[in-house]
Design a protein around this ligand. Structure first.
Ligand code: ZN
Length: 155
């Protein structure tokens, strides 16, 4: 699977890529030199709107994709088309949107104290981020995001 790194202007794109389960780094701020060295060291693809980065083109070659649109969903479409990314259903929301870690399933009895009783009563599948300890479960905002992705033809 392709791993990505977004420049510091592409925070929303980074979140969308994580939503689809893609390993995506994002640091804000980050210097161009560091961005390039992380890209090469970790064998990632650098996504950037900064045409100045073309000066690193010799080093980066295929590892740089210049993003055209200012709109996050259009940016996501460009990346999905360019790399022909296929997203399996189980990949969606498999990764923490904040820290890029893969989420773990957690039994709801173990986190009962942390849930609103409405959520406890209506939801069965919970995931937890091993790094930041945030809990995730399917909710209306998740359904909305999935609807947006499918309307754009991304999933
Ligand atoms: Zn996290």
């Amino acid at each position: 699977m392709i791993k990505f790194i977004c420049d510091d202007n592409l925070g929303k794109l980074a979140k969308w890529l994580r939503t689809l389960g893609n390993d995506t780094l994002f640091f804000d701020p980050i210097e161009d030199g560091e961005l390039v060295s992380k890209t090469l060291k970790e064998d990632r693809v650098l996504l950037s709107r900064d045409t100045q980065l073309s000066r690193f083109n010799l080093k980066l070659g295929e590892k740089l994709l210049l993003i055209e649109s200012e709109k996050p969903l259009e940016q996501l479409k460009q990346v999905v088309r360019h790399f022909e990314l296929k997203t399996a259903k189980e990949q969606i929301f498999s990764r923490c949107l904040i820290c890029n870690q893969l989420l773990e399933n957690i039994e709801k009895e173990k986190i009962k104290d942390r849930l609103y009783s409405y959520v406890y009563q209506t939801q069965d599948n919970f995931k937890r981020c091993p790094q930041c300890d945030r809990l995730f479960w399917s909710a209306t905002h998740v359904e909305k995001m999935i609807k947006m992705l499918s309307e754009c033809g991304i999933i």
